[in-house]
Design a protein around this ligand. Sequence first.
Ligand code: OSB
Ligand code: MG
Length: 368
Amino acid sequence: LRIEAAELIVARLPLKFRFETSFGVQTEKVIPLLVLHGDGLQGVSEGTMEFAPMYREETIAGALNLLREVFLPRVLGRTFANPEALNDALGTFRGNRMARAMVEMAAWDLWARQLDVPLGTLLGGRRTEVEVGVSLGIQPDAAATVDVVRRHVEQGYRRIKLKIKPGWDVQPVRAVREAFPDIRLTVDANSAYTLADTARLRALDDFDLTYIEQPLAWDDLVDHAELQRRLRTPLCLDESVTSAQDARKGLALGAGGVINVKVARVGGHAEARRVHDVAQAFGAPVWCGGMLESGIGRAHNIHLSTLPNFALPGDTSSASRYWQTDLIHEPLEAAGGLMPVPAGAGTGVTLNREFLAGVAELHEERRD
Ligand code: OSB
Ligand code: MG
């Protein structure tokens, strides 16, 4: 695995929908990409940190700085036995897992292309399609919520996840549950509650939710364990699991019964697989989350989701929901709630360089 050169790209794309969560409203996406070159092939990854530190603490500006000054100099011009050996070269650094994951994930794509196998197969997955659901932002009212749920249920999505926040929780959930008694329904609070809201959260126990995602603080496991003792509905950890060790501690404490695995949040594919394995040992299902990725990140997510303990539908819905034009050539479209795994080596998708040139606000090449 020889790393000869790297391209750092930042693109800006308008979202097709207004995405409101407990931490704000999003109408466009700033998308950092990393392309690693070696032996005539390219591996590509997408950064999932955001412009501002709203979901976790990482930012795009911080990631670009670390990639230029610290991470890329550690790998450029070097040869590694495999992506895990490459990741070891970054392993002494603390935190900043999303920034490190950009290097690791591009290396996995490049390595799988060199071996001429699909990335999912290389990770140990066997599926050719994966089950998907959708994550729906906060809507203006209950009627609009039921409407947007109906549209996505009709498209075949296998799980509906509603974003909630204090003051917008029981009401939309009740409306949706009454309209759709049998769908697999979940909620995601993105850390908007505290233990003082226990009564409010306990009211959600009445709606047969598959799980309540990240109700409490983004860096907490202990209060989640206390809350879980007070609720029947399983909690699903998202923000507060950044590693397999976090997963072990969270599950051992009883902080939840489900984990949302986001590859970049935990530092890349190898760590994501370890989170998957730890959860499996605890008998806890995992599912693959999303960060409104372009086709590059989406393809990585789909490949990871081919592992066996991805036992619940992920957030990796059709690319056409998000973008008028995606950054890749291949369509990533689900049908009947199943997303086909892109065929071919690596992620199986390729950058649309011509379109990218028109939406890139930064494009630089780095060499050793
Ligand atoms: O909490 O899962 C989340 C998007 C951005 C940041 C955090 C989250 C999300 C989503 C969207 O829920 C999932 C997707 O459609 O990619
Ligand atoms: Mg979440």
